[in-house]
Design a protein around this ligand. Sequence first.
Ligand code: NAD
Ligand code: MG
Length: 399
Amino acid sequence: MKPISLTILGSTGSIGVNTLDVLARHRERFSVFALTAYRQVEKLAEQCAQFKPRYAVVADETAAQALVHHLQDTKTNTEVLFGEQALSDVAAAAETDAVMAAIVGAAGLLPALAAAKAGKTIYLANKETLVMAGALFMQTVRDNGAKLLPVDSEHNAIFQVLPPDYCGDMAKAGIDSFILTASGGPFLHADMQQFEKITPAQAIRHPNWSMGQKISVDSATMMNKGLELIEAHWLFHAPPEQLEVVIHPQSVIHSMVRYRDGSILAQMGVPDMRTPIAYCLGLPERIESGVAKLDLASIGALTFNRPDFKRFPCLHLAYQALQSGGAASCVLNAANEVAVSAFLAKRIRYTDIAALVSHCLHNHGSAAADSVDELLHLDEQVRATAAVWVRNHRRILRG
Ligand code: NAD
Ligand code: MG
């Protein structure tokens, strides 16, 4: 069997590292065409030494020079590229068969779109692609015969328990709804009076999953589940009223499909992203992932609750954005990215995240944007509005 030539966008991140971990167990099945990172050149150099990609891509010339320097002592012929365009180039290159899209945030959109345009197999971890530009991205996938496999654990779980011939028609497939599970994050039972004092260190300490900082904060606010509702809407062609969220603190069931006949099919496992990654990489085979066996008896009980919108206002905002349609979810995403990075930089409080997103939805929520240029322009406008809000709010906080 010819090895699959793989590009990993965001290889130094949490998903990127887990992908390489799975890949290292199956070296005969894959060759690495390109690895990309923003500025973590040392880690990227180590990955290049081990996986010998044809190309490595970083953010800018300074990072590229540093990477070349680090690569000097290794015996790799990896060529170093830099800049945004290079990300799209390696994602769309004729020599690559498949792309792991694992850049965090809006920066992941253009390279994922480039892979779709080039008709690649796309393992999609970057949820922001579908949140910002779901209609456009799905259309591009269809028009160019690209193959889209969801990496996000909830969507991967649903994908695993869907009828194999599911074509987006829920009624025809006998599906009543999709049920996304959520752990509830670190503040599920915390005193809401104390939410204003939550620190970044507390917010990124997820009880079950080990992930990048941005998605960890999103999990604490449950914006992550909101983004995932929007992702599910586009991936499975599900209207908002047929998407449910249930809190399941053990993170054993990764999501479910509720069928018309009363059956609910669930996918379970230890919370470890190597399972959905291995599922995508191995399809149609099930391959070894290195994930520990789930010991149900030692877990004992699985519990479920309804989410509380007062505790998790970001989830409510995401539902609203999804219901409004149009470009509201692009606005939601941009505002949230600014809010999370301002919170991580200790410029705003935890409770300001929802307030800022709500402010931006109020100001830009009904904007229209269809093309990629219009969406990127809107994204920029929202970031500008959000930056002003952060500045003003900071002044009020200090004043
Ligand atoms: P991370 O922060 O750990 O890694 C992000 C990667 O993207 C790094 O390699 C970084 O160098 C690169 N990057 C960051 N900014 C960039 C930019 N402007 N241009 C180019 N590259 C850039 O993030 P992560 O947790 O691995 O998440 C990646 C994506 O996968 C996110 O969209 C996240 O929502 C999604 N996701 C992650 C998990 C998880 O368990 N970590 C689960 C489901 C979905
Ligand atoms: Mg998820």
